[in-house]
Design a binder for this molecule. Structure first.
Ligand SMILES: Cc1cc2nc3c(=O)[nH]c(=O)nc-3n(C[C@H](O)[C@H](O)[C@H](O)COP(=O)(O)OP(=O)(O)OC[C@H]3O[C@@H](n4cnc5c(N)ncnc54)[C@H](O)[C@@H]3O)c2cc1C
Ligand code: SF4
Length: 252
């Protein structure tokens, strides 16, 4: 993720594919041909084909398997409303301002922005899954329910309790720092969970783990995160809880 670079190396083919202007096999064959003629390296082509032949078909299968039940699942009992800035881009959080801003301008954000910025913030805050789903369905040019819904309710919000993804995609601001240049020009500090300059993602991350500790305790992939939570002192946990609750009242 990079300030001022909304598309990076992504293909922007999803809208054409979902509108059936392009057949997935046509795209796969063109990518294969680019490899065979020496225009693209194998690892890039393999990864790209796997998104279309793998992920896209996988989510389609799951949609037909679990709809309409999926719409009512809320495994983490999330009940907050979606913050207003999702519709305006007016927030001090640089990563969210960039992602929502380009979404409002272009109707596009790439996968990591959807999963690890807008989706992640809603997950950590505990927004009602159905509201997150309605936002993603309304705002992207490629949004068609059969592909949007599994990605949002399953992969991003864990509303299905792990039927689709094996663990919630929960992370602190440090993940966004590693994957972008947004934190360098943000007023918050990704490593801080308390204090005036605490990163809201980081404070909310610990609060998310604390809220869901009992629900996630049986998941082996969550063990390292929950072990780290238990290492925090009771005072630190209380301070983080207060900070996270203040953020939840009115995200900056
Ligand atoms: C919360 C959330 C909501 C999403 N909503 C949509 C949506 O409404 N419509 C949509 O088409 N995709 C959706 N995606 C998946 C993915 O983010 C987009 O397909 C991708 O960003 C589209 O940009 P691109 O064409 O430049 O993709 P590239 O990164 O260039 O990938 C190539 C193609 O692979 C396919 N693909 C890649 N990842 C996925 C995936 N996880 N699921 C299905 N197909 C995939 C797409 O057809 C895409 O065009 C969503 C992901 C998340 C996390
Ligand atoms: S410090 Fe936190 S809010 Fe600011 S850009 Fe980084 S992750 Fe986003």
């Amino acid at each position: 993720m990079w300030d001022g670079e909304p598309f990076l190396f992504h293909s922007r083919l999803s809208a054409a594919l979902n509108l059936k202007l392009l057949h997935p096999m046509e795209v796969v064959r063109a990518a294969e041909e680019a490899y065979r003629s020496g225009h693209a390296p194998l690892p890039a082509v393999e990864g790209f084909i796997r998104q279309i032949l793998g992920w896209r078909e996988y989510v389609r299968g799951l949609y037909h398997l679990w709809m309409p039940d999926w719409l009512s699942w809320n495994a983490l009992n999330a009940h907050r409303p979606l913050p207003e800035f999702y519709w305006t881009g007016e927030t001090e959080m640089r990563c969210l301002k960039a992602t929502v801003g380009q979404t409002l301008r272009h109707g596009y954000a790439h996968h990591i922005q959807r999963l690890m910025v807008t989706g992640l913030f809603a997950l950590l805050l505990g927004v009602r899954p159905i509201e997150v789903h309605r936002w993603f369905l309304a705002i992207y040019v490629d949004a068609v329910e059969w592909v949007e819904l599994p990605n949002t309710l399953g992969m991003s919000q864990f509303a299905d309790g792990g039927r689709m993804a094996t663990k919630p995609y929960a992370a602190t601001g440090r993940y966004i720092q590693r994957m972008s240049n947004h934190c360098a020009s943000c007023r918050f500090r990704p490593e801080r969970a308390t204090g005036e300059d605490a990163c809201p993602f980081t404070a909310l991350y610990w609060h998310f783990l604390e809220r869901n500790e009992a629900r996630l305790a049986g998941n082996p992939r969550m063990r390292p995160a929950l072990t780290n939570l238990r290492r925090l002192s009771p005072d630190d946990r209380a301070a983080i809880r207060r900070k996270a609750e203040r953020i939840a009242q009115g995200p900056p």
